[in-house]
Design a protein around this ligand. Structure first.
Ligand code: G3P
Ligand code: CA
Length: 253
């Protein structure tokens, strides 16, 4: 069973920050999940929501802006935000990481990574930049080959575009419960299908496996949800609390 720390160990530290990525391994995670989206100047930053409103002090730092969409901020402006204080005083001043910074931290920990690409609108430029970023780094090229780097998204077009240009890259489709035909189509380019934990059933896992697709369920935080995923036979569990996943965690992505 692969344990994935959702947005880092986000039950214990502010999501999608280095403070949440660093302790994930100690909490028992094999991989961390990070949400990435692009800034106005085309940089990748770790942020779940389309705006930094919920998880930063953007409203205080930029009170006069009409819109707070990440895609309308340059990286320089995003760097001015505090992404830690909302979670707890001891995280005050925690910055919004770039994808590069987040990957460096994951690399130092020795964990694998599940990068979720958040797509606001179809943007071939964004896919090209991500492809260039993945190809440029020897460490991550190797990790891709070993299955320690997985790309996931709700957007199958972006996944297909990136997968076609990065040999060996494993991609995971997020979203609804697919029927057999849908699974067959997904299996042509994807390696995993990652549904919400309430959509997971034992037959669904079996159908996915029969088509060569692994399955990670999200976001299972309580004992009941975790037990059900284990019983249904998923390959991985995505959770804010990696230490709540019982058992012997053999890493085998
Ligand atoms: O890893 C799957 C999960 O992160 C997808 O949903 O909204 O938490 O990004 P969300
Ligand atoms: Ca996510």
């Amino acid at each position: 069973m692969i344990v994935v720390a959702h947005r880092g160990a986000s039950g214990y530290a502010p999501e999608n920050t280095l403070a949440a990525l660093r302790p994930a391994r100690a909490y028992g995670a094999h991989m961390v999940e990070i949400d990435v989206r692009t800034t106005a100047d085309g940089e990748f930053v770790a942020m779940h929501d389309p705006t930094p409103r919920r998880t930063t002090d953007v409203a205080r730092v930029f009170p006069d802006r009409r819109s707070w969409r990440v895609s309308e901020f340059t990286l320089a402006k995003i760097r001015r935000l505090d992404a830690g204080s909302w979670f707890g005083r001891r995280f005050a001043g925690e910055p919004v990481p770039t994808l590069e910074g987040a990957l460096d931290t994951v690399r130092a920990s020795g964990m694998g990574v599940l990068v979720e690409l958040k797509v606001e609108r179809r943007d071939p430029g964004m896919c090209r930049r991500l492809i260039a970023c993945l190809r440029a780094d020897t460490y991550w090229r190797e990790a891709i080959g070993e299955g320690r780097f997985i790309l996931q998204s709700f957007d199958p077009f972006a996944l297909r575009a990136v997968a076609a240009s990065v040999p060996g890259l494993r991609v995971a489709v997020l979203g609804r419960a697919y029927r057999r035909l849908g699974l067959r189509r997904i299996a042509r380019y994807a390696h995993l299908i990652n549904p919400h934990h309430l959509q997971v059933t034992a037959p669904y896992v079996r159908h996915a496996h029969a088509r060569g697709l692994a399955m990670f369920g999200w976001t299972a935080n309580n004992e009941h949800a975790i037990r059900r995923l284990v019983r249904d036979g998923v390959d991985g569990i995505i959770t804010d609390y990696p230490d709540r996943i019982p058992g012997d965690h053999a890493f085998a992505a």
